[in-house]
Design a protein around this ligand. Structure first.
Ligand code: CO
Length: 424
């Protein structure tokens, strides 16, 4: 399948972070990766391909080289995105039926208004022994958050403050039509004991622009990077180091969960692999590297004044290396130099991002992950507009840039001796 078509298909099917992770797991299985249970003993063999998945969202995949790994080449991205959680007892009754929702992460609320929405996520279905996690997608035009007419709020274009307990509750029906639970049970194929359900936009991913320059979809932050890291991981040639792919959940709410970068998923995995293979963990970590891949702000067409004057990435300009003086990003001169070398060899253009000095900017999972696994790390991403809008925009050529760079990265190993850092 052509690159952009494959990516658009992934984006469209990624109704929620659970659906995104399930697709990555599907690619891994198709490529011969064996799912390991964290609750059983492992028998890892040279050349073996494995992955673990936690609670239907986060996953980590790795390949054991032909001989003992010299280090680990890690890349991590996140599958979650800001949006709305649908609460239990989710129907508010009155003259209309509305859905009770709560914000997840820092979203641009207005971008969710006046568009058809649906509900998807993960439910826990009762079984004879316990419960089973199943993905659900109601997959129909089901709800919409109507804005207030201009005639009722003449000042709306001067800046509107949204109250999430009032303004963004979606309309889902009229009284007497309370069949939401029945729809969910049918989709789940059983009695629901627990739920993690979210709204999603019905708008499909689109490639657009005079020459098809742009790509818009929901969840580009950070599913573009999930896709590109996974493609690079799957397509990379052999290395003396161990390639590791991490897809974390919970990034948009601070990463503190057993599925997030502030949990033990990665650190526990690396320790365990070392124990299984009889490799000294300190030696392995000392020759390891991490790429924290999360999208970057592109220069805004209407607001260039918000960007740094000399480090403002543009759409389709290539992979972005993000640096922050206060280490909101993990990049240092060292890690930037090493990653630049990878991109150069892969013939992928590189751009740089710094916050404008008077705008604080965001942070990401790299910084949090380094608290658990302390290796040289670079923060990178693809340039995008409208970060955290329901429907985001990026360059249509950049995903391939990153996939190519990651394939080159995963074929490398890092060897550190004194002040010398060799990528071979
Ligand atoms: Co992100």
């Amino acid at each position: 399948m052509e690159t952009i078509g494959h990516l658009c298909d992934f984006l469209e099917k990624s109704r929620t972070h659970y659906h995104a992770a399930a697709q990555v797991a599907g690619w891994l299985q198709a490529a011969g990766y064996v799912r390991l249970e964290e609750g059983r003993s492992w028998d890892l063999v040279p050349g073996g391909r494995y992955y673990i998945q936690r609670h239907a969202s986060a996953l980590a995949a790795f390949r054991i080289p032909a001989s003992a790994p010299t280090g680990a080449m890690i890349a991590a991205a996140h599958c979650d995105r800001p949006g709305f959680l649908v609460k239990e007892n989710g129907l508010l009754e009155g003259k209309y039926l509305r859905l009770a929702t709560e914000r997840y992460g820092g979203l641009l609320m207005y971008s969710w208004l006046d568009r058809p929405l649906s509900i998807a996520g993960r439910v826990l279905v009762k079984t004879r022994q316990g419960v089973e996690s199943r993905l659900v997608d109601l997959d129909q035009d089901l709800a919409l958050i109507p804005s207030v007419a201009i005639h009722m709020d003449r000042t709306v274009n001067d800046g509107k403050k949204f109250d999430p307990a009032v303004d963004t509750l979606p309309l889902i029906g009229l009284p007497g039509g309370e069949k939401l639970e029945a729809l969910l049970q049918e989709a789940a194929g059983g009695e629901i004991a627990g739920r993690d359900l979210y709204l999603y936009l019905r708008e499909k991913p689109r490639v657009w622009g005079l020459n098809g320059e742009f790509l818009s979809a929901q969840g580009l932050d950070d599913l573009e990077c999930v896709w590109a890291c996974a493609q690079g991981f799957l397509n990379a040639g052999d290395s003396a180091a161990m390639p590791v792919l991490c897809v974390f959940d919970s990034e948009e709410v601070g990463s503190c969960s057993s599925q997030g970068a502030d949990g033990t998923l990665l650190s526990g995995l690396l320790s365990r692999i070392c124990r299984c293979l009889g490799v000294e963990e300190e030696v392995l970590l000392s020759n390891s590297f991490m790429v924290s891949a999360d999208n970057a702000h592109a220069l805004h067409p209407n607001h260039p004044e918000l960007a740094d004057p000399t480090n403002a990435p543009v759409l389709n300009g290539g992979v972005v290396i993000k640096t922050n003086a206060n280490l909101s990003y993990t990049t240092t001169g060292l890690s930037a130099a090493l990653f630049r070398q990878v991109c150069e060899e892969a013939q992928v253009p590189v751009q740089t991002y710094y916050n404008r000095a008077n705008i604080p900017g965001g942070s990401t999972l790299g910084r949090i992950s380094l608290g658990h696994v302390s290796v040289p790390s670079v923060d990178i991403g693809l340039a995008q507009l409208a970060m955290h809008a329901g429907y985001e925009t990026a360059g249509a050529k950049d995903p391939q840039h990153l996939a190519q760079a990651m394939a080159a990265y995963y074929a490398k190993s890092l060897h550190i001796t004194g002040d010398r850092y060799e990528l071979v």
